[in-house]
Design a protein around this ligand. Structure first.
Ligand code: CTP
Length: 396
């Protein structure tokens, strides 16, 4: 279940071309179970009309401080009163300036000044406007006032320039807003994870790999980052987007994965091995494409290092968590791995049937006993795991 389920979000839309993304954001928020109330600035209403937001949110849209639909003429108070957060996206340079100085001359600015709930802004503007000293001063001021700032991102701009100032995409805003409500159980902690399959090359075009999708590892990286951790995700070849606030290092083979993990371990509190690391690699990888010369081809394989066991064996080992996808005797195999790899926690799940799926169920196996996490989507499971790991860290 999304952290946004049953939350009331007031979405303020300023006058910027990025407003087209806000229409999509309303749809995504609704899909996540949030109740959305849209407030448009005068400029915001010029880019996308109220009809669109009303159709997408299923709620009346507001823009006038003197709107007679609000029985007590207190729209600036009532709209924000029982909201969980106000998000202004796009927040223009002018809006940020007025927010920094406490202006209250339209419904949106008055609502922000009169609020008692968290305020988040997603800036969107031309790169020079963003980099200008007044805007930077205003952003520093509103941050100091306790306002959260999502983005902006760098990239192509509607004005034809390239640089910092693009509003985050609707999916990124949704992910960050969701993260805003996640308890910060891992604040101040550093987590290193592995995810996805490895690919062990036979020649320049072929190799040995497996069907791991990386979904569980990426969901866990996202849940850790949303819980406030500094996260390094060492990922095998998958085509998944990098979760917000996660540093991803892309690798191909198990040997590269080991090197990347060891390079990232300094200062880590937790290591989570979610990757389906190939147990063996070809003894030699041919420099040129192998030719079909015989009826049978024998490939000599050599074992890969066990990354999880090596991390756990270090004198300064972080809290180590392994994953075990088993096709039978799930808990028994996981318990054997707990001992063999010298780790305090193995998360057992029924694989490979779960590879690539969006949901899963698992059992957390520890020396003290087993904890079953019932079937749920992978992000929900990841959040439960984060809570479990945080408990263990706090007890240590
Ligand atoms: N693992 C690892 N390095 C390896 C193999 C596994 O870090 N070379 C980690 C995985 O990321 C996972 C855990 O060890 O967290 C268990 O992986 P699994 O493949 O189930 O364990 P194996 O030791 O390979 O056992 P099996 O004989 O079942 O393949």
């Amino acid at each position: 279940m999304s952290m946004l389920s049953n939350r009331k979000i007031v979405l303020g839309v300023g006058g910027g071309i990025a407003a087209y993304k806000s229409a999509e954001l309303v749809r995504l928020l609704g899909k996540a179970g949030a109740e959305v109330h849209v407030v448009l600035s005068e400029g915001g209403a010029r880019f996308v009309t109220p009809v669109t937001y009303q159709a997408l949110s299923g709620n009346p849209v507001w823009s006038d401080l003197w709107d007679a639909r609000m029985p007590n003429h207190m729209a600036h108070i009532d709209l924000g009163r029982d909201a969980d957060a106000i998000l202004v996206a796009p927040a223009t340079a002018d809006f940020l300036a007025r927010l920094a100085h406490g202006h209250a001359d339209d419904l949106l600015s008055t609502l922000c000044l009169a609020r008692a709930v968290p305020l988040i802004v997603a800036p969107a503007m031309n790169r020079q406007m963003w980099e200008s000293p007044p805007t930077q001063r205003n952003v520093a001021q509103i941050r100091a006032d306790g306002v959260a700032v999502f983005g902006p991102a760098a990239g192509d701009q509607a004005c034809g320039e390239v640089g910092m100032g693009r509003m985050l995409e609707a999916e990124e805003l949704l992910e960050r807003l969701e993260g805003f409500f996640v308890p910060k159980l891992l604040a101040g902690r550093k987590v290193v994870l592995t995810a996805g399959p490895t690919f062990e090359a036979l020649d320049p075009v072929r190799g040995i790999t497996n069907v791991s999708s990386g979904k569980m590892g990426y969901a866990l990286a996202r849940a850790c980052a949303q819980a406030g951790a500094e996260v390094v995700l060492v990922s095998g070849p998958v085509s998944l987007p990098v979760p917000a606030d996660v540093k991803r290092t892309s690798v191909t083979s198990a040997l590269e994965m080991r090197d990347a993990v060891f390079a990232a371990l300094h200062g880590a509190d937790v290591f989570i091995g979610v990757a389906a690391v190939a147990d063996y690699r070809p003894l030699a990888s041919a420099e040129h494409k192998l030719k079909k010369t015989a009826d049978t081809l024998n490939i000599a394989l050599t074992p890969n290092p066990d990354i999880l066991a090596e991390v756990a064996a270090r004198a300064d080992a972080p809290f180590c968590v392994g994953f075990a996808a088993e096709s039978r005797d799930m808990v028994q195999h996981a318990r054997e791995k707990l001992a063999r790899k010298g780790v305090p926690m193995i998360v057992a799940n029924l694989g490979p049937a779960t590879f690539g799926r969006d949901d899963n169920e698992c059992v957390i196996v520890e020396n003290s006993g087993d904890t079953t996490l019932p079937r749920a989507d992978k992000l929900t499971l990841a959040r439960a795991l984060v809570a479990h790991i945080a408990d263990r860290l706090n007890a240590a």
